[in-house]
Design a protein around this ligand. Sequence first.
Ligand code: KMT
Ligand code: NI
Length: 185
Amino acid sequence: MRAYAYDNVPGDQREQHDSGSAISADELERLGVVYRRIAIEDDDRWKAEIDEFAKERGYKNRDQITVTREGLGEAYEAKIKSFFDEHLHEDEEIRYILGGSGYFDIRGFGGKYDDQWIRIALEKGDLIVLPAGIYHRFTVDSADTITAMRLFQDEPKWTPHSRSTGDTDMREARAAYMDQLGGRA
Ligand code: KMT
Ligand code: NI
């Protein structure tokens, strides 16, 4: 995992867009993002660690998502553009990267990076939890392939609520997220 301020240079979303300003794990934590490294080795230890993490946080269910150009065919370009539309969810978004790599961009709030995109580069063995109500977007990188495990409690509310609708600031999950940050600032 590596986090840095996004450079906001127009162009291919899948490129690095590294402004050169690194962002610390503490800053991610302040924004409510949980990060764990659970390296995937030949033995089954990572499976036990994922089970343990899931148990600690009450995630009873899991499935898998793969995003590749080959797998999605003609739909690929539209699909990766849709993931890159700034949105929030009413539940956490939990992803454990099983293969490939990609970027989760989160919107800074308060602090040094208020309202700026923070790019989090993830690869195999990285686990991330984005809190409910955080504005974010996702993209594959230039290698065009990622497979992730999705963990969730019951029926996940994964509907993306696009910020472009203009009404997402009024959502309960957004208000709860801002309260959470206020208490931490
Ligand atoms: C999402 O919610 O944007 C996704 O699940 C994208 C792929 S997960 C690596
Ligand atoms: Ni999302």
